[in-house]
Structure formats: structure tokens, C-alpha cells
Design a protein around this ligand. Sequence first.
Ligand SMILES: [Fe+2]
Length: 287
Amino acid sequence: MRPDVAAFHDPATGTWSYVVSDLATRKAAIIDPVLDFDAKAARTTHDSAQKLVDHVRANDLDVRWLLETHAHADHLSDAQWLLEQFPGATLGIGTGIRQTQRSFAPVFEFGDDVALDGSQFGRLFEAGDRFAIGDIDAEVIAAPGHTADCVAYRIGDALFCGDTLFMPDAGTARTDFPNADAAMLYRTIQSFYALPDDTRVFVCHDYGPNGREVACETTIGAQKRDNTHLRADTSEAEYVALRQARDATLPMPALILQSLQVNLRAGALPPPSGNGVRYLRIPLDRV
Ligand SMILES: [Fe+2]
């Protein structure tokens, strides 16, 4: 089965969000929605997510799932606002989110308002879980390596791979965050490479390297042949050495501290302080 895939690029963070639908039944899922965050003004807006809503309304879709591939460290999720727009939807993420919540709870001194059991999410997926979008079969594939909670979603012939593979000329995701592991990411990608070569692959990010247009779609066959970090014949040792050398050169993502405080709350902002203002906390010398 071949779902319809509408892709939306956020140029501020290089994130791709998707509306995936079964055109026969009009049922749909939204994957990795972005809450716009102007860091200079500390202002949030919903312009990016509104584009997803407009697409849903224009195509008369019924959103049943809001899916996160992981707790992103580069952009804030707008899942809670979208749940208000689509109250019939269930918000899902991998069960590994609990580990990520526990890892970062001491960094941000999370209080009682942040449960560390993933209960902010409507569904915690285990590897191999199945669900459906209308008549199209969907499967959760564990995808650890970049983070512990990473999952990929195979929906019909389309793989939403999260932060694992990028477009072939951009390689693979970094593996230097807490609970990340380059060898683990290698094995995750090997499991993707066992899928049929014509499986469509939709990436979580693209930054348009070397001046090319941003892109979101490739195939397993193209990745196995052309991925600049990890081709079908790349050994684990070769990949791990390359990945670790590259990770050593990367700065922290610009919004990591802001993103995690929101995304570990399932896209909710922290509760208002006594004066009605919501605050994010910036821990010094911790990340
Ligand atoms: Fe990520």
C-alpha cells in the first residue's frame, strides 16, 4: 500500500514534518510537527503547524495519529497544540522516551509536573508494534543510536526514518548525545537496509548541503548505493570510526536546551510561574 505523503520543510531548523494519509479512507497521521520558536525574542508561534492543519482541512483528512520519531534536540514539538486541533488523535512515541526523560530530569531539575514514565504521551510504542492509518498497515521499528528513544515508522511502502539516515549526500545522524551509540546506529541502519530497495525513505532533516535544493525523499536502494557515511558494503568498524570523528567536530544544536524541556513534556510548555509567565531554564556547564 502506498500512502499519500505531504512534506513540510521548516527552514529555521531544517526539519521535515509530514502528513501521511490513506486517500481511500481519508485517515491520516502527522509526523514530527514543529513549534516555531524565535530564540531572540523567546516567542512561540504556530505558523509551521498551521500549514499542516491547512493541508488536513483542504483535503478533508481525519488525523488519528500524531507521531514523534524521538525527543528532538533541535526543534520544539507542536504536538500539544495539534492535539487541540485534532482531539481524536493519539500522540505516540517510542517507549525509550522514559530513559531520555530520566537522563535529563536532573539537568533541568524537573519537578512533579514532569512525569518520568512517558505518561504525557497517549501511546508508548514497543518495537514491532503495529497500527493502521485507514487501510494502510503501519509498523514501529526500533531505531536507537542517535537517541535511546528513536523509532522509525514504516507506513505501507514508506519509511519515516527519523534521525538515522539523512539524504544520501548528507549521510547519517550524529551519535554524541546521552545514550547515543554509533555502533547501535549502524545496526539500526542495517535493519533498514533489509527492507525492499524500492521502499520510500522520508528523512527528518535536510539542510540542502553544497547549495542543492532541500529534499526529503529517497529510497532504501539509493541509500545502500550512495549514502556518504554508510553504504551496503560499509563495515561497522569503518562506520563507527567515521561517525565518531565527525561527531567530535559538531557544535551542540542551537535549541537543545529549549527543545528538550518542551519535548520531554510531549510538546507542552512548562507551567506558568506565579506571575503567569512560562520560563525555560538554561543550565550552565551541563550539556
Ligand atoms: Fe534528533
